[in-house]
Write a protein that binds this ligand. Structure first.
Ligand code: ADP
Length: 426
């Protein structure tokens, strides 16, 4: 293009130079034609200048785009509507955390982003299945944007991938991968610390029930002893009363099972490991805790009344942790009715289903909540009890948060307090 314009200009110059001043007719005859050639040449020149400027502007814009892309946190890639890489940010020191996932190996234009990612993570289809479906949904326009986390190539490394649809007629998406390992580790650490506190608090709560558990165990143990002595006496009789002997032995077995169940329940509450989320009947969880606490209530001269919903109340979660919440609320209610005169130490425990949620209401006719206590109730280490830890309610609330549940307290009309805890029904 440049050579052509030089040629045209040279032709124009030579033709103008060829017009001799002494040849006016020739000039008059070709004047318009020659002027047209000059104008055309000038236009061509202007066009070339414009094209050169435009090319420079585009290069500048491209450089700016790349600089912006490179300055973004994480590894950024722009994909076409088929999921092939159009452009990607360059690897840099900042992205070291991305290790093998640094864009260096994902940049090849035309390469399928997903396949490259799967190859790099070595984690197989399972780990990146979420990424595949997210990219598919974003590229097809079913969703505007989304985020998934997946495991990295090294042990205990995590990545967060965000994909957003490009607002262009041809579609496409912009994908960012950032190292989520530090956040994941911090979350894990926080969870470990919370579970540790929860376990401590559970041990303290079960410790409070120690006397009542011993009392509860004593009943089946003394029944076993009495029945065993009866069985021995029956054996010495002639003829031996076999049907009665069978009955006595059956009683021994059932008492032994009862004692075993008390120990099993207590051990489950003291267990340190976290159980994976599973389905439970909330009624059953509450019934077991109420049984564990009923002896304690009796020893304190309090009445614990249970009103369970007729139908099972399915919930999903860690059964032991949910029971810990129930136990905390019941022990607090029993503590609250302690100063009341005997006969007025009443605690009610109710379960019900409301609007797709499962609700537990623990109500007491105890000392109630002063405005100061009500304000600070859920604060860690807040306690008004001489031997209190002040962790029960704060831990109960965080257990419920993990289960997408809620816990709130309100004064009971007349006297006492109502604690309401609700969980999504499974
Ligand atoms: P702790 O029982 O060790 O004190 P909690 O976190 O379980 O710790 O309770 C914090 C405080 O909340 C209690 O010390 C008490 O003052 C108040 N509280 C809890 N439940 C009740 C209740 N049912 N009635 C009145 N006050 C309560």
């Amino acid at each position: 293009m440049r050579a052509l314009s030089v040629l045209i200009l040279w032709r124009m110059a030579t033709s103008l130079a060829a017009v001799e001043p002494g040849a006016p007719e020739l000039w008059a005859r070709y004047r318009w034609g020659m002027m047209a050639v000059v104008v055309a040449g000038l236009l061509m020149l202007a066009l070339i200048v414009v094209l050169l400027l435009e090319r420079q502007r585009r290069r500048g814009a491209q450089r700016l785009n790349l600089a912006v892309l490179d300055s973004l946190p994480g590894a950024v890639a722009i994909l076409d509507s088929n999921g092939a890489v159009l452009r990607a940010s360059a690897p840099s020191a900042q992205r070291e955390g991305l290790g093998a996932l640094s864009t260096q190996r994902l940049v090849f234009p035309g390469r399928s982003y997903l396949q490259a990612l799967q190859k790099l993570t070595h984690a197989g289809e399972l780990e990146t299945a979420g990424v595949a479906s997210l990219l598919e949904n974003v590229l097809s326009g079913r969703v505007e944007e989304g985020m998934v986390e997946f495991r990295g190539p090294r042990a205990d490394t995590w990545f967060e991938l965000r994909a957003r649809r490009l607002e262009l007629p041809g579609g496409g998406a912009v994908v960012t991968v950032v190292d989520a390992t530090p956040r994941r580790r911090a979350e894990l650490e926080a969870r470990r610390a919370r579970d540790e506190r929860a376990h401590m608090e559970r041990v303290a709560a079960v410790g409070e029930l120690g006397a009542s558990i011993a009392h509860e165990l004593n009943q089946p143990l003394s029944a076993i002893l009495t029945n065993a002595e009866t069985a021995l006496r029956l054996l010495h009789r002639t003829p031996a009363d076999l049907p009665l002997l069978r009955e006595v032995l059956e009683d021994i077995i059932s008492d032994d099972k009862r004692a075993g169940e008390i120990i099993r329940r207590t051990r489950a509450m003291l267990k340190k490991d976290q159980a994976p989320f599973a389905s439970h009947d909330f009624n059953e969880l509450v019934r077991q805790v109420a049984q564990l606490a009923s002896n304690d209530a009796q020893l304190r001269g309090a009445t614990l009344t249970l009103h369970l919903a007729d139908a099972p109340l399915p919930v999903k979660g860690d059964g032991v942790q949910l029971q810990q919440v129930v136990l905390n609320l019941i022990i607090n209610a029993l503590d609250a009715v302690g100063p009341c005169p005997p006969g007025e130490r009443q605690v009610w425990v109710r379960t019900q289903r409301t609007d797709g949620r499962v609700e537990l209401v623990v109500e007491d006719a105890g000392v109630g909540l002063s405005p100061e206590v009500q304000k600070r109730l859920f604060e860690p280490f807040f306690t008004t009890k001489p031997a209190g830890l002040g962790m029960g309610l704060s831990i109960s609330r965080s257990i419920l948060e993990v289960h997408q549940g809620r816990l709130q307290a309100e004064p009971r009309p007349g006297r006492g307090t109502v604690f309401r805890c609700s969980l999504p029904a499974a």
